[in-house]
Design a protein around this ligand. Structure first.
Ligand code: ATP
Length: 296
C-alpha cells in the first residue's frame, strides 16, 4: 500500500455522519488505507496483529482537516475525539512540555492497565503538530529542549505498540517542517494530503454553506453556484464559507435599515443576490494564488 494519498477535493458534508459525508474520494482512500488497518483492541490482541498507529492530514489552512479528523474520530469510537493543539502543549517551563505530551497518552495507558483487551480505541487528534515536532537540530536555541520534546513524542508513539488502543491523527499546514522520524512506518504512516478543492468540490462546499439560506428562501433566484465555483479558483473551504458570510452582510446592509432590525425579518422579504456574492468574492481573496474572478 502506498503511504501517501492525495485528495483533490474534500466535500465534507457537515450535516452527515460517517465517511459517506466526507465525499466519495475520501471514503475510498479511507477504506483502502485505513479502515482495514484499525481494529478494536480485543481483535488486535486475539489475532496478534498491529493496527496502524497514526495518520497525518496535511495541506493548506482551511481545507477541512479538523473537520475530517473529528469525523474520523467519531466514526471510530462513536465519541467526540480529544483534540489538542501543538502550541497549547508547549510550555515555557523546562520539562513541562514533555509531561504534557506524556499526559496525552495517560487515559489510554490507564485503560489498558485496568481494562486490558476490553479497552476501547483512544483517538488523539493533534492539531498543528509541527509546533512541537519540527526537525531535530532545526531550532537553534542551543538548549536541546526542542529535541527532547520530539524524542518524548516519538517514544510515546512507539509505546503505542504495546498499548494497541491508541490512534494518533496529526495535522499540519507545514509537513516540510516535520521531523522525518515522525513519518516513518510504525508512526504517522498513513499520510493524506488535503489540497484546495477543485471546481466540483467548491460547488459542493458552496451548496453546503447556502443550504439553510435556500430553505428559508433567502437565496435569490439569480444565484448561480456553478458560476461562483468557477470564479473561486484557489479558495479553501474556509474562504468559501467567508464568501458566503460576506455576501450575507452585503445583502443585509443593502436591504435593512436600522429601524428594520426591530421587525421580524420575514416582513421585508429580503434576498441575497448574485451581485452580493460577486462583491464578496472581491472582498475575500484566497491566501494561496489569486482568484480567477474578473469582474471589471
Ligand atoms: P487549519 O489548518 O487552519 O486548522 P483546517 O484545514 O483544519 O484549517 P477546518 O478548521 O476544518 O480547516 O475548516 C474551517 C472551516 O471551513 C470549517 O469549520 C468549515 O466551516 C469550512 N470548511 C473547510 N473545508 C470545508 C469542506 N470541505 N466542506 C465544508 N466546509 C468546509
Amino acid at each position: 500500500l502506498p503511504s501517501v494519498y492525495r485528495l483533490k477535493s474534500v466535500q465534507s458534508n457537515l450535516h452527515q455522519r460517517g465517511i459517506g459525508g466526507l465525499g466519495a474520494e475520501f471514503a475510498d482512500i479511507f477504506r483502502r488505507a485505513f479502515a482495514s488497518r484499525v481494529f478494536p483492541p480485543h481483535v488486535t490482541s486475539r489475532l496478534g496483529i498491529k493496527h496502524v498507529k497514526g495518520m497525518l492530514l496535511f495541506g493548506p489552512p482551511g481545507t477541512g482537516k479538523t473537520l475530517m479528523a473529528r469525523q474520523i474520530g467519531k466514526m471510530l469510537n462513536g465519541k467526540d475525539p480529544k483534540i489538542v493543539n501543538g502550541p497549547e502543549v508547549l510550555s515555557k517551563f523546562v520539562g513541562e512540555t514533555e509531561k504534557n505530551v506524556r499526559d496525552l497518552f495517560a487515559d489510554a495507558e490507564q485503560d489498558q492497565r485496568t481494562l486490558g483487551d476490553a479497552s476501547e480505541l483512544h483517538v488523539i487528534i493533534f492539531d498543528e503538530i509541527d509546533a512541537i515536532c519540527k526537525s531535530r537540530g532545526s531550532t537553534r536555541d542551543g538548549t536541546g529542549v526542542h529535541d527532547s520534546i520530539v524524542n518524548q513524542l516519538l517514544t510515546k508513539i512507539d509505546g503505542v505498540e504495546a498499548l494497541n488502543n491508541v490512534l494518533l491523527i496529526g495535522m499540519t499546514n507545514r509537513k516540510d517542517l516535520l521531523d522525518e522520524a515522525l513519518l516513518r512506518p510504525g508512526r504517522l504512516e498513513v499520510q493524506v494530503e488535503i489540497s484546495l478543492p477543485d471546481e466540483a468540490g467548491r460547488f459542493q462546499i458552496l451548496q453546503i454553506h447556502t443550504n439553510k439560506m435556500k430553505e428559508i428562501s433567502f437565496l435569490g433566484h439569480d444565484i448561480n453556484l456553478q458560476e461562483l465555483a468557477a470564479r473561486t479558483k484557489n479558495y479553501s473551504g474556509a474562504e468559501l464559507e467567508g464568501v458566503v458570510k460576506s455576501a450575507t452582510s452585503y445583502a443585509l446592509n443593502r436591504q435593512l435599515s436600522i429601524d428594520d432590525l426591530t421587525k421580524p425579518v420575514e416582513e421585508k422579504n429580503i434576498k441575497i443576490t448574485m451581485e452580493d456574492f460577486l462583491h464578496a468574492i472581491h472582498e475575500v481573496q484566497p491566501a494561496f494564488g489569486a482568484s480567477t474572478d474578473d469582474l471589471d
